[in-house]
Design a protein around this ligand. Structure first.
Ligand code: HEC
Ligand code: HEC
Ligand code: HEC
Ligand code: HEC
Length: 156
């Protein structure tokens, strides 16, 4: 056979050999242990346990009642009731052992991610009350005037 045929042939064979060797090192030992079952073969056995061990970071507002009952009661009776505490304060796993874990976020951007008026027709009249960052009490933290746990409380 001519060289220009042999060379790509050797290259192809070499490539297959490299892939087979790499496979030995890279495929985990518990992959495909379910024999030839079409449903379960392409599957890593330890995957289920890994997800079971995955730490849950959010605890839900019921877990706050014990120590912050007043905040929970206030929030539940306010227009912000559908919002979880941890939506604004962050995942609470490890709190209160480490109090710094739940920093208080007072930045305007934090409120504007829900309340920013968007530039499309009729958004100003949407159900979620919205304001323009550029015109609504510029550069002042929203919480100096609006109480986040019950924003109905009228600002002066
Ligand atoms: C076992 C009691 C306990 C539980 C449960 C608890 N906290 Fe706290 N939390 C504390 C203590 C103690 C502090 C520090 C004193 C303070 O500021 O009142 C604190 C402080 C905070 C602060 C203020 C942090 C700061 O920087 O000043 C926030 C926000 C907070 N908690 C939110 C939550 C949320 C949300 C939950 C539920 C997901 C929760 N906490 C559950 C005891 C608790
Ligand atoms: C809409 C966002 C938002 C939600 C929802 C929210 N918080 Fe807050 N929270 C804040 C902000 C902002 C502050 C700081 C207010 C300030 O400094 O004027 C704060 C302050 C706090 C503080 C410290 C001061 C205080 O009022 O005691 C605690 C504790 C707290 N939140 C707990 C909670 C708990 C518990 C929930 C759920 C029941 C909750 N928060 C829900 C935004 C929120
Ligand atoms: C996750 C989305 C979300 C975030 C974050 C959020 N809000 Fe709200 N806010 C809402 C929803 C939903 C309502 C209730 C809309 C309704 O039912 O009328 C609301 C209502 C309000 C209202 C109108 C209350 C009334 O009179 O009815 C004010 C003012 C307000 N929020 C201020 C704030 C401030 C200040 C912050 C930041 C600390 C904030 N919001 C963060 C979703 C959010
Ligand atoms: C200096 C005080 C002040 C600051 C800071 C402020 N607001 Fe207001 N906000 C008011 C007052 C007063 C009103 C009611 C009159 C009006 O619409 O201007 C109001 C109205 C609103 C309304 C409409 C409520 C409804 O019932 O429709 C929303 C939403 C709102 N503010 C969100 C915010 C957000 C988000 C921020 C921060 C980006 C913010 N505000 C900062 C004083 C303030």
């Amino acid at each position: 056979m001519k060289w220009h045929v042999l060379r790509p042939l050797w290259l192809a064979i070499g490539l297959v050999v490299v892939i087979l060797i790499a496979r030995q090192f890279m495929v985990p030992e518990d992959f495909g242990v379910h024999g030839d079952s079409f449903t379960y073969n392409f599957y890593r056995l330890s995957n289920v346990q890994e997800w079971k061990d995955f730490p849950v970071k959010h605890q839900g507002r019921e877990s706050c009642v014990e120590c912050h009952e007043e905040n929970v009661t206030t929030l539940n009776a306010s227009p912000h009731a559908p919002i979880e505490c941890e939506n604004c304060h962050g995942p609470s796993v490890g709190h209160p052992d480490d109090v710094e874990l739940l920093p208080i976020e007072r930045a305007r951007e934090h409120c504007l991610r829900c309340h920013a008026s968007l530039d499309y027709p009729n958004h100003a009249r949407s159900e979620l009350p919205n304001v323009r960052d550029r015109t609504h009490k510029r550069r002042r933290e929203c919480v100096t005037c609006h109480y986040p746990h019950d924003p109905r409380e009228k600002p002066e």
